[in-house]
Design a protein around this ligand. Sequence first.
Ligand code: NAP
Ligand code: HSE
Length: 435
Amino acid sequence: MKDDAIQVGLLGLGTVGSGVAQALQTKAASIARRVGRPVVLRRALVRDLARERVVPRTLLTGDPAEILEDPTIDIVVELLGGEEPAYQYMLAALDHGKLVVTANKEVMAKHGPEVLARAAARGLDVAFEASVGGGIPVIGPFRLDLLANDIQEVTAIINGTTNYILTQMARGGVGYSEALRDAQALGYAEPDPRNDVEGIDAAYKLTILATLAFHARVRPEDVYVEGITRLAAADFRYAHELGYAIKLLAIARQTTRGIELRVHPAFLASTDMLASVDGVYNAVSVEGDLVGRILFYGRGAGAGPTASAVVADVIDLAQRLQAGGGRAPVLPALDTARRLLPISEVWTRYYLRLVVVDRPGVIAQITKVLGDHEISLASVIQKETVEVAGAGEVAHAEIVLMTHRARESAVQQAVREIAALPVVAQVGSVIRVES
Ligand code: NAP
Ligand code: HSE
């Protein structure tokens, strides 16, 4: 074994960075055996130099140039988060001849093809396994093991925070705000949880997966996104009664009319494998023409699982260095002409929950609007009487409608017309049904 170590520079020493630093230290001997040379942490970039860290103070720096421009550093691991300055630091690291590892889904979703092209042009590589699904291997399989397939569909639960909240709402009968407070108290949700609960984090991850799956240029703004903030405890009660779970799904589907890209809450039949993915767990289901349906499942976040993916990428790149070079990625040409289907053209089934005046003929008025838009009903159930503020003596009831497959634009138009009917007090929820 060569004595001279492969040197690593860490950008960021937060949740993931600390997990990576600890793994590099505690597993130093086994990593050195796997690589054929020691792999050591040379320096770590942080903002707050005074805070106690998992590495000696002498390794800390507040100056990115001390990592990006240090000629002794071979591999830069970017774990800052956010688009900037992370993106510029990754480009600078490549320009200084370094291999790069990142867990940054925002940068890889917005700029992944450019970052990889810059690396390839310099005979380098950027590894990003941890950017989707934390510790679950999904990027590697798409970049290698599934290459023989034409991928038809990726359906995933790829945000642990929202899956934890939805699981609590399903199990505890609690509302969204209570479940979010619980997730924050346990450290699963960020103090500012918007990226997670509004579906943005999942959309970044879906962008990366869809780009790899379809070899198409997909951008975050191509993904239709709806978060979980408007779901009510009643939706979980009815979903359970009807034999469904509610999950925040990320769907990339090749159809004859184009590629569907969407992140939104969905009813999922309780017999579906994804319906039993609970808590902070993630799962990615992939359908390929040769392989059929496969499922990746595991912890999608947290220091240990994410460090597992980051350190594996470091080992892979270190092995390549040890073998004599950085070896650039082979970049499959990205198809820029593939049609991406707008959400208005998607066909699926729908669950509608309405609060209506409880008197004869009301359901007939609603079903007429649906019929006018060629939306066929699978079932209509009148649920319990509900109190409506300011309604006086007028009794109201909640009704739940399940449709057959219908076009999104038709459903949205019908919902607008239904909401305008004098007998409708409220359109509680419109949730897509995927099975
Ligand atoms: P984090 O806990 O917020 O840590 C960020 C680290 O970067 C901190 O050490 C911070 O310094 C440092 N930092 C941020 N901006 C900086 C700047 N401009 N200059 C210098 N240092 C800066 O974040 P994290 O949860 O570890 O996430 C890191 C990355 O991994 C993100 O891209 C995230 O999306 C991804 N990821 C996270 C998880 C997870 O479970 N957390 C899972 C998968 C992927 P200070 O410590 O001084 O504040
Ligand atoms: N915030 C993300 C989640 C973790 O809740 O899944 C990092 O990907």
